[in-house]
Design a protein around this ligand. Structure first.
Ligand code: BMA
Length: 364
């Protein structure tokens, strides 16, 4: 962890907690886990957004930009403390990811976020290695089986993992040290919309896929900077949540992807009940397994309810020891596909209130 990260985090959470958290012998991942734990013990929740510095509702960063602008900052004067980025496309060494972000600019944004004392989290909407389609191509239920050892696409997949590892290995600070990042592969697997989802592979196959990914990136490639987050989708109970859990030795964080769907205001109560129910069992699981918990993806698309932040989201999360909450992206090229306000959006004033509760952490 850089001095700057320590300083900034010290300003947010107590100095003693941060100093105990950071020690020379720890790996970058262990350092980040300790810092996140300190934040939780201080009762803080980091606020995050996917692609926050890459583009916003009506703008897109270009190569060479200093990735400092975000819709969130335009609205409340502060940037998200957590920056989400997606690796989709790196498997074939594309120059841009599936949403048009240059991989080189993503790395710049991540390094700056780290230097500012912020946190980076990575998801991976990779292609379908069996059919050549995308993550959402669920036309075959043999994809996971085909990429495990002995499968006909195993070599292809290992090359994809190698391409991903090669990119991750370039996330190094000025001293050449890997920066810590939360890595969240094979997410929302409790649903069946991705080729690694529930109906597309068996529990054993899913766990084997996680193990293969974990062992390759950590043991073979030495990436000791990744904090591994398990992030099922909402709509499962405690047992369903844990059904495909890879094991305490291969996960550091228990996440949840939970969105609000349906008409407002009717769906407000449904969403908040589902969130509370899930966070309650995740809190127990976090204690039982000694893991951090987080709301790894959430949001209400298009934010049609002006007081959503303080009346819906905040009351639903404030009583749970989550390390962070991340809302999804503000697409600049898909009308209505946004999850944070921008200047002029109807939930703007309420978001400012939410950012000033004293509980939510942003970067000044
Ligand atoms: C989805 C949408 C898509 C996007 C994908 C990966 O939820 O936002 O437009 O391609 O995430 O970021």
């Amino acid at each position: 962890m850089t001095e700057k990260m320590k300083n900034i985090l010290t300003a947010i959470i107590s100095a003693a907690a941060v100093l105990t958290a950071c020690s020379a012998e720890k790996s970058p991942a262990e350092d980040l886990i300790s810092v996140l734990r300190s934040g939780v013990s201080e009762g803080k929740i980091l606020f995050g957004q996917q692609d926050a510095f890459m583009y916003g509702h009506s703008w897109r960063a270009v190569e060479g930009d200093s990735p400092d602008r975000s819709d969130v900052k335009d609205v409340c004067g502060k940037n998200p403390a957590v920056l989400g980025l997606d690796l989709g496309g790196i498997e074939l060494l594309d120059s841009k990811n599936l949403d048009g972000n240059s991989f080189s600019l993503m790395r710049t944004a991540a390094l700056e976020q780290n230097a500012r004392g912020g946190v980076v989290t990575l998801s991976w909407h990779l292609r379908n290695p069996l059919t050549g389609g995308d993550s959402w191509d669920v036309s075959s239920d043999r994809v996971v089986a085909s990429i495990l050892e002995g499968g006909e696409k195993h070599e292809t997949f290992m090359q994809w993992l190698a391409n991903c590892a090669g990119y991750l290995d370039t996330f190094r600070d000025e001293e050449g040290k890997l920066i810590p990042m939360i890595f969240r592969p094979w997410h929302e697997h409790t649903g069946s919309w991705f080729w690694w989802g529930r109906d597309l592979c068996t529990t054993d196959e899913y766990k084997a896929l996680w193990r293969l990914t974990y062992r390759y990136l950590t043991e073979e490639r030495g990436l000791d900077n990744l904090v591994w987050a398990y992030s099922p989708g909402a709509g499962v109970d405690k047992a369903g949540y844990m059904e495909r859990y890879p094991g305490d030795d291969m996960a550091d964080m228990l996440g949840l992807d939970c969105y609000q769907y349906g008409e407002v205001p009717a769906s407000n109560a449904v969403y908040s009940a589902q969130l509370r129910e899930s966070l309650a069992f995740m809190e127990q699981l976090g204690k039982e397994h000694g893991k951090l918990i987080a709301l790894t993806e959430t949001g209400l698309e298009g934010l049609p309810y002006a007081a959503w932040w303080t009346e819906v989201l905040y009351p639903a999360i404030k009583d749970y020891p989550i390390a962070y909450v991340l809302v999804w992206r503000n697409a600049c090229d898909i009308p209505g596909h946004f999850y944070a306000p921008w200047p002029g959006q109807e939930s703007e004033a309420d978001f400012r209130k939410f950012s000033e509760t004293g509980k939510m952490v942003f970067l000044d």
